[in-house]
Design a binder for this molecule. Structure first.
Ligand SMILES: Nc1ncnc2c1ncn2[C@@H]1O[C@H](COP(=O)(O)OP(=O)(O)OP(=O)(O)O)[C@@H](O)[C@H]1O
Ligand SMILES: [Mg+2]
Length: 508
């Protein structure tokens, strides 16, 4: 075992409450110089809270930090950055209309000092070449793919010279290639002696990249282990206290009649260019069709078209033979289509409202939640209690405001709402994004249960593990076009990977 360097950071007995919610209880951990340290735990375990306290965004109730040998008491992110701690949030805080270089330098120079863009550009260009990042500094950030926007976030931290970088679920919306590149960057940081705290739910990533892992459970510390001393199973056990099956048990089902038919769909992107082109696919009763594809290949436009928020230029959508093309979103819900949107922050939830209202959103005008003009408060409350219990949403009650839930628990609220109202058809976009392994197991089981009960499901996902785990057939979308459809048994990962990269004739 290699000799570890001295701790650069010590957290001693951190406690943090939000009202009557105990988010961190007496947590102590250490991060060494030049190490990649993963923070692992179920949804709501307190990972983001720990990170946000360290970054000066929240003030812990008690506890002590020692950073680079000195006591450290951040009162704001500015303090953290000045001390040498940077953070990359899952939802970036960049300014989309500004260029890469502007995003990197704005706010990093001290007040009153004239911004020398030329020397800043030289410094950033040197960092790019150091870290092997192929990035034009005068590109508008909003035009960059997600993976590259993340580079900008990281460069911003490197530019000010952080010693410790915290990343909170940085891989949740990256493609596998982007994840690989991110990990190269983190490895390079490590060889330069910088430290990284990485929060992720993906255990293969933990095993691949980390030196040590700290596990939290229900606000408390379970322990810190060396990655080489543990297996995925050990980590799961530390995290949830039981084993988790990564393979969903599935009986063979003969698909019934076609329930949703997409015929020659043509849908435009926001910028007027083609999003989905001549796309045809049918999904039957008792069937889960996985739609694999690299993010940005028309999946979100296809999703929007199905749920009625984006106009079809051409083509038809049939639900059990009935034409529902260009029906309103309300109508689509009424007809029995449930949907898990790709972006929960902007599409699925009202963040300022209580969980219980979010749980009936879209269905608040219909039975059993409304009778005549009267809202059925008792029914709504009971429904919320059940949903919170079944999906193990970590919340004080149905009254808790959505924005105070942890990331994974927000996703559970959407899942509970959409999968509980006896849908006829479900279109689910990355339904398990941000979920812990236990919750992911539950959702996969629930999707298979729905399929067994006769429902058709379109599962849009970039995660091939997920697609292969639950699908009966696998379709691939590339550049807005359907690249082919395969039975699960005849599909291989390599083949699907080729189709995802636009090579026809891949697949089996
Ligand atoms: N601003 C807040 N107000 C009230 N409660 C909060 C607030 N922020 C977090 N919490 C609560 O603190 C607990 C820990 O949340 P945290 O976001 O740290 O979890 P997490 O481990 O990051 O989970 P996930 O994996 O789902 O992101 C949760 O019960 C959450 O609802
Ligand atoms: Mg979190």
């Amino acid at each position: 075992m290699q000799q570890k360097s001295q701790p650069i950071l010590q957290i001693e007995n951190q406690t943090k409450r939000f009202g009557n919610v105990l988010a961190n209880e007496n947590i102590s951990m250490q991060v060494c110089g030049g190490e990649i340290h993963c923070l692992l735990g179920e949804n709501g375990a307190g990972k983001s809270t720990l990170a946000e306290c360290l970054y000066g965004f929240y003030r812990p109730d008690s506890g002590k930090y020692t950073f680079k040998g000195k006591e450290f008491k951040p009162r704001s992110p500015r303090d953290a950055i000045d001390a040498g701690i940077g953070m990359v949030h899952q939802h970036f805080v960049l300014s989309p209309p500004m260029t890469v270089i502007e995003n990197i330098v704005v706010g990093t120079e001290s007040d009153g000092i004239w911004l020398d863009l030329k020397s800043a550009s030289e410094k950033v260009a040197a960092l790019c070449s150091d870290y092997d990042l192929d990035l034009e500094l005068d590109t508008i950030v909003g035009q960059l793919p997600v993976g590259r926007q993340q580079w900008v976030e990281i460069l911003k931290a490197l530019y000010v010279g952080v010693d410790l970088l915290i990343l909170d679920e940085p891989t949740a919306s990256l493609t596998p290639q982007e994840v690989e590149k991110l990990f190269e960057i983190l490895q390079k940081m490590k060889t330069k002696g910088l430290s990284v705290i990485l929060i992720t739910h993906k255990l293969h990533e933990v095993m691949e990249i980390s030196d040590r892992v700290t596990v939290l459970r229900k606000a408390r510390l379970v322990g810190t282990v060396n990655t080489i001393d543990v297996t995925r199973e050990t980590l799961v056990n530390m995290m949830v206290g039981r084993t988790v099956s990564f393979q969903v048990a599935k009986k063979i089902k003969t698909p019934g009649r076609a329930i949703l038919e997409l015929r020659d769909l043509h849908v435009l992107k926001d910028n007027g260019l083609d999003g989905v082109k001549d796309f045809s696919l049918s999904i039957c009763e008792n069937e889960i069709v996985g739609l694999a594809g690299v993010a940005g290949n028309g999946q979100s436009e296809l999703f929007d078209a199905i749920v009625g928020v984006r106009q079809l230029q051409n083509g038809q959508i049939l639900l059990s033979g009935e034409d529902i093309s260009n029906d309103s979103p309300d109508m689509v819900i009424k007809k029995g289509i449930a949907s898990i949107p790709p972006d929960r922050m902007t599409q699925g939830l009202l963040m300022g409202f209580p969980i219980k209202e979010n749980l009936i959103l879209g269905r608040h005008r219909v039975a059993p939640f409304k009778k005549g003009i009267e809202l059925k408060y008792r029914v709504i409350e009971q429904f919320a209690e059940q949903a919170i219990e079944h999906y193990e949403v970590v919340a004080t009650s149905g009254e808790q405001i959505a924005k105070t839930l942890s990331g994974g628990n927000l996703q559970k609220v959407i899942l509970a709402r959409e999968l509980s109202h006896d849908p006829r058809f479900v279109v689910a976009s990355s339904p398990t994004r941000g979920l812990d392994v236990g919750a992911m197991e539950y959702v996969h089981k629930r999707l298979v249960e729905l399929r067994d009960s006769g429902i058709g499901i379109l599962l849009i996902s970039e995660d091939l593990d997920e697609v292969f785990n639950v699908s009966d057939r696998i379709a691939v979308i590339y550049n807005g076009e359907a690249m082919g459809i395969l039975n699960r048994e005849e599909a291989t990962r390599e083949g699907v990977g080729l189709l995802m990269a636009g090579f026809r004739g891949g697949g089996g």
